[in-house]
Write a protein of this length. Structure first.
Length: 479
């Protein structure tokens, strides 16, 4: 690996995603786990969980970076002039038109596509997490090291997991890497001189390039991070402009450009091959953020409730279709959305208080995570008795053209996996994320099962089947 910048000192840390997660703010957040029920006696009464289960809601928000939880007291930049020459007030005025939310477009017909499942393994530790995939089946994510002494970023290529140290592998880490283009260029960051800074690693040539900064560094030594990179080498992310406030950036032709905000903070999450950027921004320093689309120098608020809403745009395909999540009008749940040709669609699951769409490919296939309710026994603090209650667990899903499927229902039965988070989907329909197997989190790759030919030449082994015939039977019958 050839590195163009100073290599940071190696410092191994443990990054437990269920215990400490780095939101888009770049700061680790402590996350509690739901209380485990004790030995249950007979149920006495039904207790229905709240619309937003407090612990799971907090966990989801911190894990997904839904709120700007790390910068509640940042200085206001309402009067700042944006790089495109428009003031924040002008951008806000042009974006404040309220939009109607089309109802959920599920038609009740499940997606019938079945998927082969591949365990991507680890860098020697017990757990791994996959966040992005390109059209060449190259996957990036994070994995624990041997002995679970720390975590390093990885690249999975040709059936092998490669350690990407020092990329996102030092004493400061963010969730990720979260972007890889078809040339194998990876968007992320690394620690140099004690400061975590945005970077792009070219895995094909072994070159790592620092992208620069918008001038700010937090007290914890965080400057910014690159979150995505297009096939035309445009990289986006966010960088701090002072010690407390951050702005979305676009990096191209060797330079970083501040693309501004609605007046407060902002972050870019994705960019397509047309140079259109999506992310989230707030109108005040400590307020809620709204999803934006940035094109031709203009940042547009696409939240259906304008600046009264709360939303995040997480992915955009090359047709300009955008997905993410938003707080519904009743403020009782967050639903996934699809923004297509100027129309904002609610594609959330009615029975779930939290649904997030993470990615959309050029065929309009959407993947994400949702909270699925199930009955359990919980301790009633008022009576001291165990009662029937509603709990929630995370499940990965895929959605297309009004049809949705829980990904756990379209993988081989008896696999032992519970797929929790689907973070990305490429234009071949392959999906990456992580789930639990043998009580550990592991990165997975799902490949559409279309033909028995995919089972030949020993490929059935990588899909976890006992023999080729079992693999072909799954393709033909789903069993």
């Amino acid at each position: 690996m050839t590195i163009k910048t100073l290599s940071p000192k190696r410092f191994a840390i443990g990054l437990a995603l269920t215990e400490a997660l780095v939101a888009f703010s770049g700061h680790a957040q402590d996350v509690s786990s739901p209380e485990s029920p004790g030995a249950p006696p007979a149920a006495t009464r039904l207790v229905v969980g709240p619309a937003l289960p407090p612990i799971l809601s907090q966990r989801l928000r911190l894990e997904l970076g839904l709120r700007d939880v790390a910068t509640p007291g940042v200085a206001s930049s309402t009067n700042a002039v944006e790089p495109n020459g428009l003031s924040s007030a002008t951008q806000r005025a042009g974006a404040a038109r309220a939009r109607r939310v089309r109802p959920a477009v599920h038609d009740g017909v499940a997606i019938r596509q079945r998927y082969f499942l591949t365990d991507l393994g680890t860098l020697g530790g017990t757990e791994s997490f996959a966040y992005a995939i390109n059209d060449n089946e190259e996957v990036v994510g994070s994995s624990r090291l041997a002995g679970d002494t720390g975590s390093h970023a990885f690249l999975y290529r040709n059936g092998r997991m490669i350690d990407l140290y020092p990329l996102n592998s030092g004493e400061i880490q963010t969730v990720g890497p979260t972007g890889i283009n078809n040339s194998g260029q990876i968007a992320s960051g690394l620690v140099v001189g004690g400061v975590y800074s945005p970077a792009v690693f070219d895995s094909g040539h072994g070159e790592l390039t620092l992208l620069g900064s918008l001038g700010g560094v937090t007290s914890s030594g965080f400057s910014g991070v690159a979150t995505a990179i297009s096939n035309l080498n445009d990289a986006v992310g966010y960088s701090y402009i002072d010690a407390a406030n951050r702005h979305a950036f676009l990096y191209f032709n060797g330079g970083m450009t501040d693309i501004g905000s609605f007046g407060g903070y902002s972050a870019a999450v994705d960019v397509n091959d047309r140079g259109t950027i999506v992310g989230f921004s707030s109108s005040t320093s400590g307020g809620s953020a709204q999803a934006f689309v940035y094109s031709d120098g203009v940042m547009t608020n696409i939240d259906p409730f304008g600046f009264a809403g709360e939303s995040v745009a997480r992915s955009i395909n090359n047709l300009g279709d955008v997905v993410g999540e938003f707080l519904i009008q009743s403020k009782t749940a967050h639903h996934a959305f699809l923004y297509k040709e100027g129309v904002f669609y609610d594609i959330g699951f009615p029975e779930s208080p939290e649904t997030v769409a993470f990615a959309i490919n050029d065929d309009g296939q959407v993947v994400g995570a949702t909270l699925v309710p199930f009955e359990d026994l919980c301790l009633d603090p008022q009576t001291g008795e165990d009662v029937v209650c509603t709990r929630y667990t995370e499940h990965a899903f895929v959605y297309q053209a009004g049809r949705a499927a829980d990904l756990n229902a379209v993988i081989p039965a008896g696999s032992g996996w519970e797929l929790a988070w689907a973070f990305d989907i490429n234009n071949r329909g392959q999906i990456v994320g992580y789930g639990s197997v043998n009580e550990k989190f592991r990165a997975f790759l799902l490949t559409p099962a279309k033909s028995g030919e995919q089972c030949k030449q020993g490929a059935w082994k990588s899909f976890g089947f006992k023999n080729q015939g079992q693999c072909i039977q799954f393709v033909n019958t789903g069993k």
